[in-house]
Design a binder for this molecule. Structure first.
Ligand code: ATP
Ligand code: MG
Length: 158
């Protein structure tokens, strides 16, 4: 079986870099495959504190103008994407497969990764067992959550 859309969820940690190396070995030479490298940027669910139960004390204050927020938000995503492209450019150079680099805003990394898998028909996820978090243990919360959330095979890497 050959995988045609392989996703590496990337947080810049060493395990996620190892995951990328394995993904390159696996599909880098396949002209029909696409290697997707995606970072999820977590965003607040209620940036304007419009949900009363969550924010009675703040109900009278609009902390940020929506237009300003929207613009800053878009710029932030674009900066993150530019940085990610620059960070990965050397490492993805010269591959025969197609590559896609993206930054996805979502409420949690797990939700962002799971919806990317669906939207792009990914058939394999290769990710780190741990990431940037300091807590020790076998799996981080994102790798654990992705294992539960997606139906495609997930390879976890040390
Ligand atoms: P925790 O975040 O629970 O403290 P951790 O940081 O050690 O633990 P995870 O966050 O689960 O571990 O990271 C495991 C793997 O998940 C990473 O190697 C990376 O492949 C992926 N990952 C983590 N965060 C993100 C993110 N924001 N965007 C994309 N991929 C991510
Ligand atoms: Mg983490």
């Amino acid at each position: 079986m050959s995988f045609k859309n392989v996703l590496v969820p990337y947080d810049g940690s060493n395990p996620s870099r190892s995951a990328l190396e394995i993904a390159k070995d696996l599909v880098g030479a396949d002209k029909e495959a696409t290697l997707h490298v995606v970072s999820v940027m977590t965003v607040p669910s209620d940036p304007f504190h419009t949900i009363p139960a969550a924010s009675d004390a703040l109900a009278d204050y609009l902390l940020v103008e929506p237009d300003l927020y929207e613009r800053a938000f878009r710029e932030n995503v674009k900066h993150m994407k530019d940085d990610l492209e620059e960070e990965l450019s050397g490492s993805l150079e010269g591959l025969a497969c197609a590559t896609a680099i993206d930054v996805m805003p979502d409420l949690t990394p797990v939700e962002g990764i799971a919806s990317y898998v669906k939207r792009h028909d990914c058939d394999l996820v290769i990710m780190g067992r741990r990431g940037l978090g300091a807590v020790r243990g076998l799996l981080g919360s994102v790798s654990y959550g992705v294992l539960r959330a997606v139906d495609v095979p997930v390879m976890t890497v040390k």
